[in-house]
Structure formats: structure tokens, C-alpha cells
Design a protein around this ligand. Structure first.
Ligand code: AHM
Ligand code: MG
Length: 339
């Protein structure tokens, strides 16, 4: 019988791949794994809430039914806080970062986690996949002191790990520690993630483009020109358009099949929509680790120096040749690089 590797086993066996190998890091990934399972359970029964009768009301324990994104935020934060593994967390759902004290009010933990607990959450009501995105850095302020904003405002190329969970037709946890991208699928019957997609790679070329074309009129000219290119009749074109509206799912599909995901600036969203720290950096790190690329149209996402926690940037991410082709169109309009 084939020997199936679980996520737990994989983490232990590959600790050496992680440059700052320590039990602390394994515990950190394990706590994300645990929170992912809890959120998965809740996301999967979302459709039942109305029949069970507690939607928007107090439930039988007198607790108010929460929105799932708020719930996911609390689960991830609580899991990381309870296990005392990280010194701070920043979340798309929180205005400010959270300082986490270790045992005896010490501040001796090394890692900070940045998280988008439930990305694409408006899709839940219509039974479409959503995801969790996470990003891990080593703190830069001295151990023993409370974390500061600069621990969170590190450029993406300082990430030590990043990943996502996609709550889809099956639930997967996909992550990198800088040695390629590994994908694990949850067996919901027994609550165990198994390595199902070892060493995931973006095909160098692809034929899928993912963008909200409804905003076409508001896009910069470089994006309009690239879209025209995607739609031209050539040997390998027109490309297929696929847009779920859930970054994690669109990215996941494009990584498997080959494609590009774009959320550009627009006259409506002059900095783009997606957040550099919670969405773009982790996806850019995964993309590069899978042989793909991620740019803001002009520059590598991972080299952008963040200036604020909830900063937004435009993003073009996916198969290498597709991202580079899009860049060729963007650089024709250098004035749009200053968004
Ligand atoms: P969110 O963090 O508020 O959920 O927004 C992020 C989501 C992405 O998952 C998705 O790709 C994008 O927003 C869709 O935005 P739009 O509806 O503008 O196309
Ligand atoms: Mg989000």
C-alpha cells in the first residue's frame, strides 16, 4: 500500500529545510493547521445555518451568531495566542497589530504572523470557495521586548514562510518555507491533511487570465492593451477568462493549470484593492517558489518596502511568461507606475 505522508509528518521530516529550524516553527505551522480545521468545519456548515435557525440571532447557548470572517479571525488569533508561539499578529480584520506575551509576560517568541483570515468572504453566501492567507516573518526588534510596527512592515522577501488554505470542493493547505511549494489535502472524515501536491509549479506558459473585467473602463491603458492581447486570435490565443472573485481559488487554479491573476489599479481603486501584507506578499512568495512571478505591473512585489499595515498594491501574479508579457505592456506607460 502506498505510504501517505501527513502534514504533521512532513513538517517534522523537513525541519532541516527551514533555515531557522526550531521546534517553535513546527508548532507554529501546527497551530495554523488546527485553526484551519476549525474554520473549515464552520465554513462547510455555513449553508445549514438558516435551517438550524440561529442566523443573525442568539443561539442556544445565548451566543450571537457571528459572521464567518469575524469567526475565522478569532479562531486564528486565539489559536496563535493560546499556544504562545508568536510574539505578534496582524490581521486584515484588525485595525492594529496585536502584541502577544509569552509565558510570564515575556516577549521571547521569534515570529510574527500576518493573516487574512477569510479572504473572499462575500462568496460564502453563494457556496463559492474562500480561503485563509498567512505570512510569517522573524521579528527584527530585540527578543524580550514587545513587538513594534517595524516587525510587521518588512518587505516580502524577508518572509520565512507563507501559505494559504482553500476551503473548496476539498480543503487544502498549501505552503512554502522557501524550498518549493507543498500542497496538502484534508481528509475530513479523520481531520488529517495528506501531502497530495508535492512541489507545486506554475506552468511557464498558461492560457487563463483572471481579472474583474467589469471594471475595464477604469483600468490603466497598459492593462487594457494586455487584455486586448489576451483576446486576440493567434495560435495559442484567445486565452480563457476565469474569475472566481476569491484570490486564493483563482491563484490555486492558475498555479495548477497555468494562468495570470491581475488586480490592477483603477480610477476607482487608485492603489488597487488587495493588501500588500496580508494578500500580495504571501501570494508573491508562493508564486516565486512555484516558478512563477509577481509584480505590481513594474516592480517585484517582494521588494516593495511597506509603509503601513493595510497598504494596498496592484498585483499581476502567475505563470512567468504571462506576467512578463503583461509587464511589457505596462512599461509602455511609465507614468502609471506611480500609483
Ligand atoms: P476581501 O479581502 O475583502 O475578501 O477582498 C479580496 C477579494 C479577493 O479574494 C478577490 O480576488 C477580490 O477581492 C475580488 O474583488 P472584486 O470583487 O473587486 O473583483
Ligand atoms: Mg482579503
Amino acid at each position: 500500500m502506498k505510504n501517505h505522508i501527513t502534514l504533521g509528518e512532513y513538517i517534522i521530516e523537513n525541519q532541516k529545510d527551514f533555515q531557522y529550524s526550531s521546534g517553535e516553527f513546527s508548532r507554529l505551522i501546527s497551530s495554523i493547521k488546527l485553526a484551519a480545521k476549525v474554520v473549515n468545519h464552520e465554513v462547510n456548515k455555513a449553508g445549514l445555518v438558516d435551517i438550524l435557525g440561529d442566523h443573525g440571532e442568539t443561539n442556544i447557548q445565548g451566543e450571537k451568531q457571528q459572521k464567518l470572517d469575524v469567526y475565522a479571525n478569532e479562531i486564528f488569533l486565539q489559536t496563535l495566542i493560546n499556544r504562545e508561539i508568536v510574539c505578534g499578529v496582524a490581521s486584515e480584520e484588525e485595525d492594529d497589530f496585536v502584541i502577544i506575551e509569552g509565558k510570564n509576560k515575556s516577549h521571547d517568541n521569534k515570529y510574527v504572523v500576518l493573516i487574512d483570515p477569510l479572504d473572499g468572504s462575500s462568496n460564502i453566501d453563494v457556496n463559492v470557495s474562500v480561503g485563509t492567507i498567512f505570512s510569517i516573518y522573524r521579528r527584527i526588534t530585540p527578543l524580550g521586548t514587545p513587538v513594534k510596527i517595524e516587525d510587521f512592515l518588512q518587505p516580502g522577501n524577508m518572509q520565512v514562510a507563507a501559505g494559504y488554505v482553500v476551503y473548496g470542493t476539498s480543503t487544502m493547505l498549501v505552503y512554502t518555507t522557501g524550498n518549493g511549494v507543498q500542497g496538502f489535502t484534508l481528509n475530513p472524515a479523520i481531520g488529517v491533511f495528506y501531502l497530495s501536491h508535492p512541489n507545486m509549479k506554475f506552468p511557464e506558459n498558461g492560457n487563463i487570465y483572471s481579472i474583474n473585467e467589469g471594471y475595464y473602463i477604469h483600468f490603466p491603458q497598459g492593462v487594457k492593451d494586455y487584455l486586448k492581447y489576451c483576446q486576440e486570435e493567434e495560435e495559442d490565443r484567445p486565452y480563457k477568462a476565469r474569475y472566481i472573485g476569491s484570490l486564493v481559488s483563482d491563484f490555486h487554479r492558475n498555479m495548477i493549470k497555468g494562468g495570470i491573476y491581475i488586480y490592477p489599479t483603477s480610477s476607482k481603486a487608485p492603489q488597487g484593492k488587495l493588501r500588500l501584507l496580508y494578500e500580495c506578499n504571501p501570494m508573491a512568495y508562493l508564486a516565486e517558489q512555484a516558478g512563477g512571478e509577481a509584480i505590481d505591473g513594474y516592480r517585484r512585489i517582494l521588494e516593495i518596502k511597506p509603509t503601513e499595515l493595510h497598504q494596498r498594491v496592484p498585483i499581476f501574479v502567475g505563470s512567468k511568461n504571462m506576467v512578463n508579457k503583461a509587464k511589457e505592456f505596462m512599461v509602455q506607460y511609465p507614468e502609471d507606475a506611480n500609483y
